[in-house]
Design a protein around this ligand. Structure first.
Ligand SMILES: NC(=O)c1ccc[n+]([C@@H]2O[C@H](COP(=O)([O-])OP(=O)(O)OC[C@H]3O[C@@H](n4cnc5c(N)ncnc54)[C@H](OP(=O)(O)O)[C@@H]3O)[C@@H](O)[C@H]2O)c1
Length: 320
């Protein structure tokens, strides 16, 4: 089978297309899945660069999303059978999704939504669970809340806008001017161009100094320090990003703010909620581009390129 292997940590050039044998089931609760599509997440290039070197042994295969078909199941597996369409996020630290076949424990599988193609479905598992965790489990968004999503055009942001809207929130987000119409189409009420405008000042002005109830941070930098300046009293900040630089939280104290730090664990229950929103037509995957698996290096170049001629909107998918 075709497999993308990383033998040494480095840039996109270390992603090698190789041939290897199809893996086989070794435990009764395992399932063999034919991968029809996968996608690129920042986590993949972070693994490729060696940011998580202590969690892996080289050579390795990365990739954190799968949409595909069950091929065979272990003897203890009762819920799944050959031919079932499934989607899931492979366990962090294990063998990833950049290959034609993948072995997983049955507990990680979710039924693929009826109304999606494999490519659309592969855009969802990692970010789907993440968005549900941020908005519902942590921020407990409710109808009428005012929410600011930093990084609205990214994989996480483009789904978070839609989920926030489906929960009845009033949505502010950041994104380049050329994408404003598309972000509004996804459900954003107000879009701020982060390349031209200061989002703290814009939020203060839009809310007459009151601030928003929740800030979702997919960007990092000085966000944890800056957020309280755009936050309402007793507001919440939910961040996904590991921020190495020191942050000054004096204004967080003045606002009685709550901070949540999210590192997604694979969760079938959270993905199940996202599946329901997809099947009822309330949200949909946003696909930036689709590459064949063999063009994995180009796909990584696109997600990491800070000088892109066309800005990123949604997910980069790999088709097999
Ligand atoms: N902790 C977890 O469990 C978890 C899970 C998923 C993702 N993450 C992390 O969350 C981050 C976002 O993931 P993603 O998949 O959404 O990434 P992505 O698809 O690469 O999107 C990043 C987006 O952020 C925007 N952006 C960059 N700098 C910005 C700034 N200063 N202000 C406003 N927007 C800015 C980019 O816009 P431009 O094109 O204009 O730069 C782009 O639209 C990554 O760091 C990822 O590692 C963490």
């Amino acid at each position: 089978m075709k497999t993308i292997v990383i033998k040494n940590y480095g840039g996109p050039e270390v992603l090698e297309v190789t041939e290897s044998s199809i893996p086989f089931i070794t435990e009764p609760s395992q399932v063999l899945v034919k991968v029809r599509a996968t996608s690129v997440n920042p986590l993949d290039y972070q693994v490729r660069r060696g940011d998580y070197a202590s969690h892996f042994e080289l050579p390795l295969t990365t990739g954190h999303d799968i949409a595909g078909d069950v091929i065979t199941v272990g003897e203890a597996v009762k819920k799944w059978k050959a031919g079932d369409k499934v989607y899931y996020s492979p366990r962090f630290g294990g063998t990833g999704s950049y290959a034609e076949y993948h072995i997983t424990d049955e507990s990680s599988l979710s039924r693929m939504p009826d109304n999606l193609s494999y490519e659309e479905a592969a855009a969802i598992p990692l970010i789907g669970g993440t968005v549900w965790e941020m908005l519902v489990v942590r921020a407990q968004i409710k109808k009428g809340d005012r929410i600011l999503i930093l990084g609205g055009a990214g994989g996480v942001g483009s789904l978070a806008i839609q989920v926030a809207k489906s929960l009845g929130a009033y949505v502010y987000t950041t994104g380049q001017s050329i994408l404003h119409e598309k972000l509004q189409h996804l459900g954003a009420d107000v879009v701020i161009d982060h390349h031209k405008e200061n989002w703290v000042k814009k939020i203060q002005s839009y809310t007459s100094g009151k601030g928003v109830d929740v800030i979702i941070d997919t960007v990092g930098g000085s966000t944890l320090s800056d957020s309280p300046l755009a936050l309402a009293d007793y507001g919440a900040v939910v961040t996904l990003v590991d921020i190495a630089q020191p942050q000054n939280l004096i204004h967080a104290w003045e606002k009685n703010a709550t901070y949540h730090f999210v590192f997604t664990r694979q969760s079938r229950d959270e993905l199940h909620h996202i599946t329901q929103l997809i099947e009822t037509g309330q949200i949909k995957p946003v696909i930036d581009s689709i590459y064949p698996l063999e063009e994995i290096q180009k796909a990584h170049q696109r997600i990491e390129d800070s000088q892109r001629d066309r800005p990123l909107l949604g997910k980069i998918v790999l088709s097999l």
